[in-house]
Design a binder for this molecule. Structure first.
Ligand code: NAP
Length: 435
């Protein structure tokens, strides 16, 4: 029976669902030996370092990942950096198939004056900071002002705004980074304003996330009812209205009409506001917006402007894939056609399609790419795989080592009344895996 060697680079949701699709595609006459390669000493990608700590249900997908990892044809090689510890060329030569599941980790920029000021941050820094990503522990986050502004009308903007706006004690029973929890408990921020450049009918939020907002116990959430009523009128003029759009608008109307609790913590969603400049003397002090309006289905700029005094701006306007030797990035993602990059190299997840979709989207997407890979398979190679590529003494975190790290974090969590206490130090993570 031919066994094809598969290298999956990136141990996030897209990587695991690709491994699962290969496992499911095995037949009497076809099998796969899967090596998953990951730069960090820990797997699970955005499930560990992206999903908001107050959304623990979303993280339960990690149980599926662990089941995939338990299959006999799966091996984890974490703490292995593509481009540094192994080259793409070497992987291509050693494996029958290389699948890039490397995501999109670079935050997109607004490209406006003042964006480089201190405390103008990208969600690509702020989210991994509060999620204990070892590379982002030292991000300087100053929460001393009373107002925070978040740019973008998507789910990442909403996560960021919620983390800043809720009472930090609500994060006590979560796996939020310890360093972030300390900072959030000292935070002066009481008003968080999410600013979207288009109307409510164009927002990228999803309805389940919007429906959760009025349930916040210690935060009042505001949306201007007039903006929602306008959006409803615009929707009535549309020929076809998608179900998701109706659900979104209904959820936003509930927020706008919801009786407020009169608490000090406020989260506001403002639409039709394009940021044009961030002002400040060395550090963020104010952000200027141009007001927009919707006419004939199009968003157009007006001559009106307004500004918000704020000490922190966080931009959550999407992500781009990061380039590395041998890979071309086009429009922020790995250049590919239906997942095929070139030769025996493929891409899945955000690396393939850009930063869209929820975790589950990767399941069908990865299955489609694996179907294409199987169609293109020829004769299996006789090669050694990754072990001959790594320098002797290179410390790999394999599945057993990861399980030790995982167990240690979960035990620390049990003591603290949390799902886990994440270790943030790279060396310490490796030493936990060795123990
Ligand atoms: P997103 O959903 O694409 O939203 C990006 C937002 O940024 C949009 O509102 C977009 O507005 C705005 N934007 C883009 N360029 C801008 C600019 N130059 N100036 C002002 N605004 C700009 O991206 P995301 O929030 O990063 O989320 C990525 C994916 O992860 C999404 O599919 C999301 O649903 C998913 N996710 C899901 C969850 C969850 O399920 N709980 C949580 C987090 C993320 P325009 O529409 O006008 O371009």
């Amino acid at each position: 029976m031919p066994t094809f060697k598969v290298a999956i680079v990136g141990a996030g949701p897209a990587g695991y669902f690709t491994a699962q699709a290969f496992q499911k595609a095995q037949r009497d006459d076809l099998s796969f030996a899967i090596d998953m390669i990951e730069r960090l000493p820990t797997p699970w990608g955005l499930v560990r370092s992206g999903v908001a700590p107050d959304h623990p249900k979303i993280k339960t997908v990690s149980k599926v990942f662990e089941k995939i990892a338990k299959e006999p044809n799966f091996r984890l090689f974490a703490n292995v950096d593509l481009g540094k510890d192994v080259s793409l060329k070497d992987l291509r030569d050693q494996y029958d198939v290389v699948v890039l599941a490397t995501g999109a980790s670079r935050g997109r920029k607004l490209g406006i004056a003042g964006e480089e000021l201190k405390n103008s941050l990208s969600a690509a820094e702020f989210v991994p900071w509060y999620n204990a990503h070892p590379d982002f522990v030292d991000v300087e986050v100053d929460l001393s002002s009373t107002t925070a502004v978040v740019i973008g009308a998507g789910n990442v903007a909403m996560d960021v705004a919620r983390i800043l706006a809720i009472d930090p004690t609500e994060l006590d029973p979560t796996d939020v980074a310890e360093h972030a929890l300390v900072k959030l408990k000292q935070s002066n921020i009481r008003t968080v304003i999410i600013c979207g450049r288009r109307g409510p009918e164009h927002a990228a939020f999803t309805a389940p996330e919007l429906r959760d907002l009025p349930k916040l116990e210690n935060t009042d959430v505001y949306i201007d009812l007039k903006q929602i009523e306008e959006a409803i009128k615009h929707i009535e003029d549309m020929d076809v209205v998608e179900k998701d759009l109706r659900s979104n608008i209904e959820a936003m109307k509930v927020i706008a009409e919801h009786e407020k609790k009169g608490v000090a913590r406020k989260l506001e969603i403002k639409f039709l506001s394009t940021p044009t400049e961030i002002k400040g003397n060395g550090k963020v002090e104010e952000i200027v917006f141009q007001k927009n309006k919707v006419e004939g289905g199009k968003v157009i700029a007006t001559s009106e402007t307004f500004s918000i005094k704020t000490g922190i701006v966080i931009t959550a306007i999407g992500y781009d894939s990061v380039e590395y030797p041998g890979i071309t990035i086009e429009s922020g993602r790995v250049s590919n056609i239906a997942g095929h990059v070139e030769h025996n190299v493929y891409a899945v997840g955000w690396a393939k399609r850009g930063p869209t979709g929820v975790i589950g989207t990767n399941k069908s997407d990865s299955t489609d790419v694996v179907d294409l890979i199987i169609e293109n398979l020829k004769e299996p190679k006789t090669s050694e795989g990754i072990t001959t590529l790594l320098k002797s003494g290179h410390e790999v975190i394999d599945q057993t080592a990861w399980e030790k790290i995982n167990a240690s974090e979960v035990i620390s969590g049990e003591i603290a009344g949390k799902p886990r206490v994440k270790e943030v130090d790279w060396k310490q993570l490796i030493s936990l895996g060795r123990s």
